[in-house]
Write a protein that binds this ligand. Structure first.
Ligand code: NAD
Ligand code: TYD
Length: 339
């Protein structure tokens, strides 16, 4: 099977390329990525000469390019997106442009090709809004209505709806995944775990928003990649699959664990003004994907998986220092020109 993967140079995409090529000998991947600030070709430096991998530098909003590429592949895994909530609060426009119009462009390219292959749209649990802290029995599941709160989650919810509409109206063979917060190697250090870990290595404090009681359900990125592959191979058209780690932690608990694992004291916490509209709690009920597709997380056990992730950042200091300084762009310009 030849997959068109969008956003393969980002955090989850690059982990997906590595995981999918390692676990399926008959699979090849074309990675379409615009290399925005979070797309880093260094994430796949060890793969770029693999015969089963091809990189195409381009934008999912380019209908002619997407139409050509859709004509060459058997399936699509769509991950390209603007992905950071704080950036969407500063400027929502690129979120609507990439996440909504980009997704629609890709779907139109599928229609132009009369594409019959599987199309997996990778989305977030944030489309469901948030959950109260005082009702731990409540979790997100596939039958909930979408009720996003941030400009990021609103753009992802809109894209999910467009994807479902293209199934309903044109019969495209699509499935949507809504996954909880990921952690692991190659995550851009604007997201909380790599930001806090790299700040601590640099001797800086960690900026904890508000009262720190907000809860996230943490899943190792490779568990997420395995779930996406399961949905690609075994998922049903028109269906949504919620993916989560059964691993709820408050930001305060997460921060204390990181400090402890890194041998740092609580004086390294810098309480800062809360994020605008900060969602309180996310949690996933993963029973559908577990029972229908036989997927379960096996790499997310806490705190061992967090400890391994911290070690990865300690061992890959050159990578994140270059990412934090934007220096990988030199590599990118050498490889792909100054576009
Ligand atoms: P990321 O920001 O690390 O990577 C996004 C990638 O998309 C980058 O390589 C970027 O260059 C590329 N891209 C952006 N705009 C593009 C465009 N117009 N055309 C082509 N490529 C473009 O994000 P991530 O954390 O890897 O997230 C990947 C997907 O998974 C996103 O759709 C996100 O909504 C979803 N998701 C993320 C999480 C998480 O915890 N990170 C959880 C659930 C779902
Ligand atoms: P983040 O990694 O941005 O993911 P998301 O907003 O998509 O859940 O943030 C995870 C949690 O950590 C969220 O509740 C906000 C909080 N946070 C901080 O307290 N400080 C920070 O500097 C960042 C980036 C996030």
């Amino acid at each position: 099977m030849h997959i068109l993967l969008t956003g393969g140079s980002g955090f989850i995409g690059s982990n997906f390329v590595r995981f999918a090529l390692e676990s399926r000998a008959d699979l090849s991947i074309t990675n379409l990525d615009a290399l925005t600030y979070s797309g880093n070709p260094e994430n796949l430096a060890d793969i770029e000469h693999d015969k089963r991998y091809r990189f195409v530098h381009g934008d999912i909003k380019d209908l002619d390019l997407c139409t050509r590429l859709l004509g060459e592949v058997d399936a699509v895994v769509h991950m390209a997106a603007e992905s950071h909530v704080d950036r969407s609060i500063i400027d929502g426009r690129p979120f609507v442009e990439t996440n909504v119009l980009g997704t629609q462009t890709l779907l139109d390219a599928a229609r132009r090709n009369n594409f019959k292959g599987r199309f997996v749209h990778v989305s977030t649990d944030e489309v469901f809004g948030d959950l109260p802290l005082d009702q731990p029995e409540l979790k997100f599941h596939e039958k909930l209505p979408l009720k996003p709160s941030s400009p990021y989650s609103a753009s992802k919810a809109a894209s999910d709806m467009v994807v479902h509409a293209y199934h309903h109206t044109f019969g495209l063979n699509v499935s949507v995944t809504n996954c909880s917060n990921n952690f692991g190697p190659y995550q851009f250090p604007e997201k909380v775990i790599p930001l806090f870990v790299t700040n601590l290595i640099e001797g800086k404090k960690v900026p904890l928003y508000g009262d720190g009681r907000n809860v996230r359900d943490w899943l190792h990125v490779v568990d997420h990649c395995e779930a996406v592959l399961a949905v690609l191979e075994k998922g049903k058209a028109g269906q949504t699959y919620c993916i989560g780690g059964n691993n709820e932690r408050s930001n305060l608990e997460l921060t204390h664990t990181i400090l402890e694992l890194m041998g740092k004291g609580k004086e390294m916490i810098q309480p800062v003004t809360d994020r605008l509209g900060h969602d309180r709690r996310y949690a996933i009920d993963p029973r559908k994907i577990e029972s229908e597709l036989g997927w379960k997380p096996t790499r997310s056990a806490w705190p061992g998986a967090l400890e391994q992730t911290i070690k990865w950042y300690v061992d890959h200091e050159r990578w994140w220092r270059r990412v934090k300084s934007g220096a990988y762009r030199e590599y990118y310009q050498k490889q792909y020109g100054n576009r």
